[in-house]
Design a protein. Structure first.
Length: 276
């Protein structure tokens, strides 16, 4: 059996990110062959992933960033089992590496993202390997991108909530995009404006409004009128451009944007919160 030197263990650790004892054991099993040792560590990750497949991975990080000159944005969610791992520097760096690759390659969807090459292996395989290193179930359940003339991303401190907003034109003051992205994060709108709300949601809100009025004993003849009033309130509270601006509730987000540029508006947004 080949002699396993401490320097070899350190080298394999740098190559794989695995623990020192795991690296030493793998080198011993591989008789000092680094390629075989790396494969042993990868297989260990696969074995652990299989054993922990039924575990709940509800902790993790939500990361987002603008890319390509501010005209594109990407967001990813990487889940783990415990808050302890979610706050681990290496776990966050790994998630950041996935985000950076997504920003560079702009994959079409989650499956395309998982297939991208990260350090010589697909992202899916890299996640499996990290399961072996960390010892917890990891999952990449969400990826979204947004394209617009100007995209701003906001990640709330703690990495548990993020948002992205697309504007129809670039503005000189970067705070404008950040303000709207923070609005999305804080107020969780359902759509950009009234016209973007699905008919199913509208019908549901009207029915809720009619039923509430009926329980209050209102005459049947005016139920539709009351329901329409409640729907208008729903729009004001839940559509981004109609919402009161969190920094100045005397104006709506639309009014705030029009003060900057009368033609400025939001083209789309993405929001994800781990605890929503």
């Amino acid at each position: 059996m080949a002699e396993i030197k401490a320097a070899d263990v350190v080298k394999l650790r740098k190559m794989t990110g695995a623990g020192m004892m795991d690296c030493k054991t793998a080198l011993q099993e591989a008789d000092g062959n680094f390629e075989k040792a790396t494969e042993i560590i990868r297989k260990k990750g696969q074995a652990i992933a299989s054993k922990r497949a039924d575990r709940e991975a509800s902790e993790g990080v939500v990361l987002a960033r603008a890319a390509a000159g501010g005209r594109h944005g990407v967001m990813i969610v990487l889940n783990c089992e415990t808050d302890f791992v979610a706050k681990n520097e290496n776990f966050i760096k790994f998630a950041q590496s996935i985000l950076d690759l997504a920003a560079e390659k702009q994959p079409a969807d989650l499956n395309a993202l998982k297939a991208l090459d990260l350090g010589g292996h697909s992202i899916s395989d890299a996640i499996t390997h990290q399961i072996g290193v960390i010892g917890e179930k990891l999952d990449l359940p969400f990826y979204e991108k947004i394209d617009a003339e100007s995209v701003t991303a906001y990640v709330h401190p703690g990495n548990m909530l993020a948002s992205m907003v697309g504007l129809n034109k670039a503005v000189g003051d970067v705070q404008v995009g950040k303000d709207v992205a923070m609005q999305v994060a804080a107020m969780n709108p359902v759509a950009v404006d009234r016209g973007s709300v699905s008919q199913d949601v509208i019908e549901k809100e009207l029915e809720i409004g009619r039923e509430q009025a009926r329980k209050e004993g209102k005459p049947e003849a005016i139920l539709d009128k009351i329901a329409q009033g409640k729907l208008n309130k729903f729009f004001k509270e839940n559509t981004l451009l109609d919402q009161a601006f969190i920094k100045d509730n005397k104006k709506s987000i639309l009014q705030y944007l029009q003060e900057v540029d009368k033609n400025l508006t939001v083209t789309g947004f993405v929001r994800y919160g781990l605890k929503d």
